[in-house]
Design a protein around this ligand. Structure first.
Ligand code: 5GP
Ligand code: ZN
Length: 139
């Protein structure tokens, strides 16, 4: 299903032009217009899913192999030294476009550095057990 009001539906289905890295029947991979680093790409499914919780298996089974293919091509083609796969779900997690997408962010040894990083917080063993149970019980 496509959402007529969704910018990524329009880009993924060719109604809005984009710098395209890869395309097949299910996905379009484009360059981000506000890149974290040189060559930052976004993998877009051609159907509309709000986030990973709604992503159908038809798409989810192919997304990681595709992300690996794009990241490995970046290492060869752009000469980056590594890459991050980043995928935000919900506004609180930094999602700004409510159409599932995965970021493939090339990383260069000479920077920029502070991308997809966090300050580790402390957690005690008992708390971790309780948290693990809360998640398990919600499957
Ligand atoms: P999010 O924060 O939702 O995980 O990521 C959305 C990303 O989409 C941002 O990095 C933003 O720069 C990018 N973006 C938003 N609108 C457009 C657009 O119209 N074209 C392209 N190429 N990238 C977009
Ligand atoms: Zn959409």
């Amino acid at each position: 299903m496509i959402d007529e009001n969704c910018i990524f539906c329009k880009i993924a289905n060719g109604q809005i032009p984009s710098a395209t890295v890869y395309e097949d029947e299910k996905f379009k991979v484009i360059l981000d217009m506000g890149p974290a680093t040189r060559g930052h790409a976004l993998i877009l499914p051609k159907e509309h899913f709000q986030d990973v919780c709604g992503l159908s298996e038809t798409y989810s089974k192919d997304i990681l192999p595709l992300a690996a293919k794009i990241g490995c091509a970046m290492m060869k083609g752009l000469g980056c030294d590594g890459f991050n796969l980043v995928q935000n779900n919900g506004e609180a997690a930094g999602q700004t476009v409510m159409h599932f997408h995965m970021h493939v962010i090339p990383r260069y040894a000479d920077g920029p550095r502070n991308i997809a990083s966090w300050e580790p917080q402390s957690a005690d063993g008992e708390e971790l057990k309780v948290l693990a149970e809360q998640i398990k019980n919600a499957f």
